[in-house]
Design a protein around this ligand. Structure first.
Ligand code: CDP
Length: 203
């Protein structure tokens, strides 16, 4: 039987870490759907046509190195505005979600568009400055050279694009549990997410 958990939220809110921990806790598969858009964005930077890349995207493309850079994040949010690109990526996500044992998908439109019938929906958010601080730390730890101001402006630009696009904009699903992680450690945020999922499972 398939059981789906949708985890949405803005850039660098901690969705990735929380989704991985939730998936491990409930022994479910996890798909970081941002990687689909990043994989398309990365190939567009290299000169390819976004729609053609989306049409031929393979699971292996999500494992390619270099998808976590700030440049690829911006390219991802630019291709994510394109309705035809989103339509091509939709079935891959639904197919992943239908697997036996259940799945956790994280992104921007999982609870609203990809899996509107997901059994549990979370919307993980945090203050933009705090999100930028977390992403800045991650990038420095990953060996990238950048400034906090640059990271903050990148995060804000993506938030604006993700919220403002015509197709599948980032909005809180009516039936989502909102977790604001601004004042939480990652451990507390993970515990809050697991507890919200547990409640969703038992209700
Ligand atoms: O990790 P981070 O939160 O910075 O971003 P991500 O989840 O890897 O997503 C990169 C970009 O892909 C986002 O800024 C969105 O524009 C886009 N995206 C989307 O439109 N829909 C999704 N389900 C997932 C990501």
């Amino acid at each position: 039987m398939s059981f789906t958990i949708a985890i949405d939220g803005p850039a660098a809110a901690g969705k990735g870490t929380i989704s991985k921990a939730v998936a491990a806790h409930f022994m479910m598969a996890h798909l970081d759907t941002g990687l689909l858009y990043r994989a398309v964005g990365a190939q567009v930077i290299a000169g390819s046509d976004p729609l053609k890349v989306a049409q031929s995207l393979q699971a292996e493309d999500l494992q390619r190195p270099g998808l976590r850079t700030a440049e690829v994040a911006q390219a991802a949010s630019q291709v994510a505005v394109m309705a035809d690109v989103r339509a091509e990526l939709l079935e891959f996500q639904r197919r992943f979600a239908r697997r036996d044992g259940g799945a956790v998908l994280d992104g921007r439109d999982i609870g609203t568009v990809i899996l509107p019938d997901a059994e549990v929906k979370l919307f993980v958010t945090a203050d933009a400055t705090i999100r930028a601080q977390r992403r800045y730390k991650e990038l420095l730890e990953g060996g990238f050279t950048t400034s906090f101001e640059q990271v903050l402006s990148d995060v804000l630009a993506r938030d604006t694009r993700d919220r403002g696009r015509a197709t599948a904009p980032m909005v809180v699903a009516a039936d989502a549990v909102v977790i604001d992680t601004s004042d939480m450690s990652m451990e507390t945020a993970i515990a809050a997410a697991i507890s919200a999922v547990q409640k969703g499972i038992s209700s």
